[in-house]
Ligand binder design. Structure first.
Ligand code: FE2
Length: 470
């Protein structure tokens, strides 16, 4: 309580004297008022860290004083503790309703007043140091949210759309952003994406305010970096609780860890991409194979309406599926003639080698089964585990189709790449026995779409050539 400025309001001189004495002993700087009106005038002139007020007083009672303090922007953020001999549940509710931060019964004061003051002062200095940016195109919502947050003790800035908000956060870094979704100029989805794409803002918690009907968008935004949401019309207490939770040290630490994981993931992907490039540089025949498979998988996943985070994982899995070939000697990998049984057995090791290389990296856990099982066959005659049908993970079955198509249509040391029609026929022939029928159908649908896209492109510009894996 050292040097904290506290205003005590009570019509009883005995009470004023006793409380002042006790708080001065704790190091507080005390001012006094004997009624609400006087207290209000003093508080408007001098900023206080805390106001402690009685309820039953002449001229302006404690509840009216509290309401007036919370209505005035000069005093709105000052916390108020009500100290009263009225101890009915209803009286306490009225106190909180008027905007008090705590309510202490005079009969309990000797036990709990000091600890309550301590708690409120700590919370208030934490909140007064926190800047919240509220973004909404509705003036009414902006005012309502701003007022509630200021009453709770936060500093607040506002913006009317995502663009204005983004410009603002570049100048003044807020501690938390709370944003509407539907807004002109730049909506909440775009705004959130832009905030998360900038590493300077990666650790600012982002809370969405949305109407009920926006649930699908909310889910998408939570997947893309928003940290929480409030459904309109929301309870203003809930708003403050959510924000306090997100600003807690524990939560910010968790965000920091997530960001570190993302940085680790990006760095690791960059290293692995170099590894793949090194692998493919050894073999001109498979150059670009991993990228092609990855693109086909991305298109198949998008066609299935998979969530974006799963599409991203599958895209990475496509890039990495043959990483284990790094452990296969050149003499076998690049051999132009047919392989001996022993040599083929070494090639068959590559899914296990790949899974072992990536196994220790926690963020790549979901891609391991794809890599390990991309050579399993529906009839159980694949490797390494001879899994059958639905025992094979779906993503591995999808990868097997894309991998087969790309292998058939690319040049190899022992044969030239075949045309699409022939590759499609072979895929159709092994549908069910080797390749998953559903994944083959999905693949054909995607390829048909690609054909149509390619036709359009060719018509639009003679320079754009057909790309089989678009
Ligand atoms: Fe492979």
């Amino acid at each position: 309580m050292d040097s904290k400025k506290i205003l005590i309001v009570d019509d009883s001189p005995v009470m004023l004297k006793a409380l002042s004495h006790s708080l001065k002993q704790q190091g507080a700087v005390i001012s006094q008022a004997e009624d609400g009106r006087t207290a209000l005038e003093i508080a408007r002139e001098n900023p206080f860290d805390l106001i402690i007020t009685d309820v039953a007083m002449p001229v302006l009672n404690g509840l009216e004083l509290c309401r007036s303090l919370k209505d005035d922007h000069r005093t709105r953020t000052t916390p108020v503790i009500i100290l009263s001999s009225l101890d009915e549940e209803e009286d306490i509710n009225k106190g909180f309703h008027a905007g008090a931060s705590a309510y202490v019964r005079k009969s309990d004061a000797s036990n709990v007043l000091l600890s309550t003051i301590d708690k409120i002062l700590k919370k208030s200095s934490f909140q007064q140091n926190k800047l919240i940016l509220v973004v909404d195109d509705s003036e009414t919502t902006l005012k309502l949210v701003q007022r509630s947050l200021e009453q709770a003790g936060f500093q607040v800035m506002t913006a009317k759309d995502g663009q204005q908000a983004y410009n603002l956060i570049s100048e003044i870094r807020p501690d938390l952003i709370i944003s509407d979704i539907d807004m002109p100029v730049m909506n909440g989805v775009e705004f959130c994406k832009k905030v998360r794409a900038n590493s300077d803002f990666a650790l600012i918690p982002f809370v969405i305010m949305s109407a009920n009907s926006d649930r699908a968008i909310v889910r998408r935004m939570l997947n893309r970096g928003a940290n929480g949401y409030l459904v309109k019309p929301f309870n203003l207490e809930q708003l403050v609780v959510t924000i306090e939770k997100m600003l807690s040290d524990q939560y910010l630490l968790l965000m920091k860890e997530t960001e570190n994981l993302n940085i680790e993931r990006r760095m690791m992907l960059a290293s692995i991409t170099s590894l793949i490039e090194a692998l493919e540089a050894r073999d001109r025949y498979t150059r670009g194979h991993s990228d092609d498979v990855s693109r086909m998988l991305t298109n198949m996943a998008a066609h299935m309406n998979m969530p974006q985070d799963e599409i991203d994982i599958l895209s990475i899995a496509g890039k990495l599926h043959d990483l284990g070939k790094i452990g296969v000697p050149d003499a076998i990998l690049l051999k132009p003639g047919s392989l001996t049984a022993e040599e083929f057995n070494m090639i068959k090791e590559h899914p296990v080698i790949g899974a072992n290389i990536l196994g220790p990296i926690p963020t790549l856990k979901p891609v391991i089964p794809v890599i390990l099982h991309h050579h399993e066959r529906m009839n159980g005659k694949g490797y390494p585990d001879a899994l059958k049908g639905s025992q094979i993970p779906l993503w591995s079955r999808m990868t097997a189709v894309a991998d087969t198509y790309d292998a058939l249509t690319s040049d190899r040391p022992y044969r030239a790449g075949m045309p699409d029609e022939k590759a499609f026929q072979i895929i159709e022939d092994v549908k069910g026995s080797e390749l998953c029928p559903d994944c083959v159908e999905l693949f054909f649908s995607v390829m048909q779409l690609s054909d149509k896209d390619a036709e359009v492109s060719v018509r639009e510009s003679s320079e754009i050539s057909y790309n089989k894996s678009v």
